[in-house]
Design a protein around this ligand. Structure first.
Ligand code: 4AD
Ligand code: MG
Length: 461
């Protein structure tokens, strides 16, 4: 069955951008969408209709004798036919003079959206509706566009996308913060002949073998953490992008990470002009300046030890952190990360060479015996955006570290095997997708970047 053809509002706006909109002046066109506003003054009325193809709406001008048009209110779906008018002098460069407006779906009294501003928190109770508000309509469009440019970047650079599993018996980050999976609660081992199957916390262990066969690969999929963190940056289900690159050492990894993020942010901001204009007017006035600096300023590279010294200096000079005992070995909290990016370095920083005791088992062991080749990208307002490392490729060293940490080696045999045959240096990182969406939209809560957020103590719908 063919679906009814409608003209997309997005195509009107692109014709404005490339200055060909005059061609449509006088054309008979048909649109369909949802009513954002309806006003009338005497004989004429104006419906603002949005079809979701872009942020902008179409103004439909109608005669008050058109009963369906008069009856439309916020949230109704309509179909309308009419003549497009090019209106260069008006606020909107075009409008539709309607010949026909059909009310397709009315709204009943349970519809929660109103013309007045509603809080993001209130809207979290309505995931079925909130994407019809200006803010969320823009958020999920930007989210989709970011995903597109992520794939485009990797495709252009010769990476292959590997679909790593969601069910696994490994715990990549070794933190034990996993959600268990079984078919039968009473006999958890029955289905897989294993009682330690859970949802993956990261695709890294499963993508590394592919990097050692294809050279450049990445994952992009959902990951799950049973971390009891009730913060604005932690979700129990979030999406992660994890490139893994053969032959790359730590500094190459930083180069790639920076180039990748700048490409994705720059292209998304350019493509989502209307959405970005909305965010900078209504969500965060400094957004465009911040993103401009993100795209155009080199990220500083700072060693963990230097960062500790900078924090110690701050304490000496009277700054109070909640955790004020700053020593080598401290797992930096968000207050420290915030201070480093916002006060000390005033911009994104790659923080490298962390103490091995606060990082995962797979990271390259540095010659000093106490640090590893780790890198976290810390960003003002967000904190940790990416976490990654060069990988330990020596079989003996990796195995010794795993033993030291008391890991069950049987579960990781297959992974350790990589270091026995055809092993090469390689590095990778993980980007938290929702934190990237927060960065680009200026939204302050991760719950407002996920279509259906799943967070600690918060799982509806
Ligand atoms: O730093 P993480 O734990 O690194 C890894 O999982 C590595 N295996 C990645 C790799 O090297 N391939 O997580 C990576 C990123 C973090 O920097 C953060 O942006 C995001 O994932 N992240 C979360 N985002 C939302 N909610 C959570 N609970 C998150 N935990 C991590
Ligand atoms: Mg991390």
């Amino acid at each position: 069955m063919e679906i009814e053809q409608k003209y997309l509002i997005k195509d009107l706006f692109s014709k404005v951008d490339d200055q060909t909109i005059q061609e449509l002046d006088g054309a008979e066109l048909e649109f369909g969408g949802w009513v954002k506003a309806n006003r009338f003054f005497g004989d004429v009325g104006f419906i603002s209709v949005n079809d979701g193809s872009c942020f902008g709406s179409l103004q439909v001008v109608y005669k008050s004798t058109m009963a369906d048009a008069v009856a439309c209110r916020l949230g109704c779906s309509i179909s309308c036919k009419g003549v497009l008018k090019y209106t260069p002098e008006a606020k909107q460069p075009f409008e539709l003079e309607a010949n026909e407006v059909t009310l397709v779906g009315g709204v009943d009294d349970s519809y929660p959206l109103q013309k007045k501003k509603t809080s993001f928190e209130y809207l979290r109770d309505y995931p079925q509706w909130r994407m019809k508000t200006n803010t969320f309509n823009a958020v999920f469009r930007v989210r989709s566009t970011l995903a597109y440019y992520i794939h485009q970047y990797f495709h252009k650079k010769g990476y292959y996308w590997i679909h790593t599993p969601i069910l696994t018996a490994n715990d990549c980050e070794g933190e034990g913060q996993t959600f268990d999976v079984y078919a039968d609660k009473k006999h958890p081992e029955e289905f897989f002949n294993k009682d330690n199957v859970h949802l993956t916390v990261s695709g890294q262990l499963h993508v590394e073998p592919f990097a050692l066969a294809y050279g450049k690969v990445y994952t992009f999929g959902p990951t799950f953490r049973a971390e009891k963190s009730n913060t604005v940056r932690h979700a129990a289900e979030f999406w992660m992008i994890e490139p893994e690159i053969a032959w790359a050492h730590l500094s190459d990894l930083c180069d790639i990470e920076e180039d990748f993020l700048k490409f994705v942010v720059k292209n998304t901001v350019e493509e989502c002009k209307q959405d970005m204009a909305f965010f900078s007017q209504w969500v965060d006035k400094d957004l465009m300046a911040r993103l401009d600096s993100f795209v155009n300023t080199p990220f500083r590279r700072v060693k963990y030890e230097e960062a500790i010294e900078a924090l110690q200096k701050a304490v000496k000079e009277g700054h109070q952190f909640e955790v004020n005992d700053i020593q080598f070995g401290l797992d930096l909290g968000s207050e420290h990360e915030k201070y480093l990016t916002e006060v000390v370095y005033k911009g994104p920083i790659f923080l490298t060479d962390y103490p091995k005791d606060i990082k995962a088992f797979y990271m390259k062991q540095n010659a000093d015996g106490k640090t590893v080749g780790a890198v976290d990208l810390l960003v003002p307002g967000i904190g940790e955006l990416c976490g990654g490392s060069e990988r330990e490729v020596s079989y003996e060293k990796l195995r010794a570290r795993m033993e030291e940490l008391g890991m069950k080696l049987e579960a990781y045999d297959w992974y350790l095997d990589l270091r026995r045959s055809g092993s090469i240096p390689h590095s990778g990182f993980g980007l938290g997708f929702e934190r990237l969406v927060m960065l680009v939209t200026g939204m302050l809560n991760i719950r407002d970047t996920l279509p259906y957020p799943r967070c600690y103590k918060d799982m509806q719908f």
